[in-house]
Design a protein around this ligand. Structure first.
Ligand code: ADP
Ligand code: 5GP
Length: 224
């Protein structure tokens, strides 16, 4: 399995050239945005450590980009703000929202419920915004299976050695969790062709510029 990673590291320029558009329908959405500034969902996904959060932070510097805040029943971690990092709900509140059909999708992860809310997405898109959904590969494929309309972007690391370096450099995982995430990353990487676009996160600025272009956003961010 790790042989795959090593050979990938030797073909990082090949991976770079793999930045590509896979779904012509997504292009239609982009062109429509360019002419009419229609809103859309922009989904950013990929293996842990590929740079999803870092890229999303950059995209969110633009006033026309709105972040999708999920709901969860897990307790807030120190520093997490209700409504900003998550909408923190009690299990009863979460169940009530399921029964009133408030979620596009929801799932149980590590014993807690998580869900993507429908109405903030609908409102942002109606308002002509780019609605940014940062989600793991499993969640992205769920949204795809539900045929939720949007631009699906797979963020790929330049190679797996770089992914290892970035994950360990982040310092948020124990060595055991790091190995598990890297192993999972190989499986997730195989799903990349199911997305509309694959963007290699080599240089952060380049990857962000490419995603802005994919989303039909101008080269310069719009700031109030
Ligand atoms: P994810 O949200 O996909 O798990 P992060 O955004 O946390 O990944 O990125 C993992 C680590 O890699 C972070 O320490 C981040 O600063 C770093 N990183 C992200 N993109 C780049 C890049 N293009 N070049 C160098 N380091 C990067
Ligand atoms: P954490 O509790 O560490 O913030 O997130 C745990 C897991 O929940 C992560 O894998 C994350 O991708 C997932 N998650 C966060 N929000 C949602 C959501 O809205 N829907 C689904 N299905 N999973 C989510």
């Amino acid at each position: 399995m790790w042989n795959v990673c090593v050979s990938r590291s030797r073909t990082s320029s090949k991976l770079h050239s793999e930045s590509q558009q896979l779904n012509p329908k997504a292009n239609q959405q982009m062109n429509q945005q360019n002419s009419e500034r229609a809103g859309s969902m922009l989904l950013i996904s990929g293996p842990s450590g590929c740079g999803k959060s870092t890229i999303c932070k950059q995209l969110l510097l633009d006033d026309d980009v709105v972040f999708s805040v999920s709901a969860t029943t897990r307790a807030p971690r120190p520093g997490e703000i209700d409504g900003q990092h998550y909408h923190f709900l009690s299990p009863e509140e979460f169940r009530a929202k399921i029964s009133t059909g408030d979620f596009i999708e929801h799932a149980e992860v590590h014993g807690n419920m998580y869900g993507t809310l429908k109405s903030p997405m609908e409102e942002a898109i109606a308002d002509g915004k780019v609605y940014l959904v940062e989600i793991d590969v499993q969640g992205a494929l769920q949204l795809k299976a539900l045929e939720v309309e949007g631009i699906y972007v797979f963020v790929a690391p330049p190679d797996f050695n770089v992914l290892r370096e970035r994950l360990s450099g982040r310092g948020t995982e124990t060595p055991e969790v790091l190995e598990r995430r890297l192993k999972k990353a190989e499986d997730e990487y195989r799903e990349r062709e199911r997305y509309d676009h694959i963007v290699v996160n080599d240089s952060l600025d380049r990857a962000v510029a490419e995603i802005r272009s994919i989303a039909g956003l101008p080269a310069e961010a719009s700031r109030g």
